[in-house]
Write a protein that binds this ligand. Sequence first.
Ligand SMILES: [Zn+2]
Length: 266
Amino acid sequence: MVYELIDSYNKQKLSAASKHRNGAGIETGVDFNTTLLLFRPKKFGKDYQKKTALETVMAGATWPKVRINQSYPDVSALCDRCGLHEETDLHVFWHCPCNDSVDDNVRDSDKYKDRAIADAGNVPCLWLRGILPIKFTHLSKEDIPNRRAFIPKGEMPQLGQWPSGTYYGDGSGGINTRFPTIRRCGCSLASCINGKLDLGVRYALPGETRTVPRAELSALASLVEISQEGSTLLYIGDDKPVCNLFHKGSEFCKKTSNAYMCYNPI
Ligand SMILES: [Zn+2]
């Protein structure tokens, strides 16, 4: 409910905010989770100067020379660094040749330069303020699997006929695991004989709740479902928090919606 209140409040404010300086693009929604990842402690440590500089950029509170010139015409709009072009926001962040001598992080961002120059007019909030519109990280419901589609490795027993044995399971958030809105989780199960893969299966985690703990539990739940009735299973996973959660029982797991959805069949 708290999230719904926040979303509702944000919706009202985004339209107004999009009319502010370089705000176009945020009117249909902002991916706050991903945008605010930029502020994570790992990135800046205690470098508050850089952190506050980023806040200034995101707030649209920077004053390139063109902006100053609009208020104070006696101040030249020419870039102080290269002296070649007018200093617009686009010039400061992407176009100025002097950016190459700032630092490695700035040089690394050169791979986006052409795209930034082409798109900054349409989506200035992204390219000139670092605010990510949610439309770029939104997965439509049609793109989210609604059931498990098993992809076997080698010959796979009939579902419900997997034998007793030791099984290894895992869940992963894939290459976009840091970004909840575009994260896609995968689950896998395997058994080995003499160190070689005997049975194996993988599948995309169905459902809109795409978290790694849920993927881990789903692998375990799937093993129980596809095994023979009465079989003895030793399951080996690598997620201790999930293991601890499982051993607390179904009543406890009811409090964590992610886990309970997968706990049920077990
Ligand atoms: Zn310049």
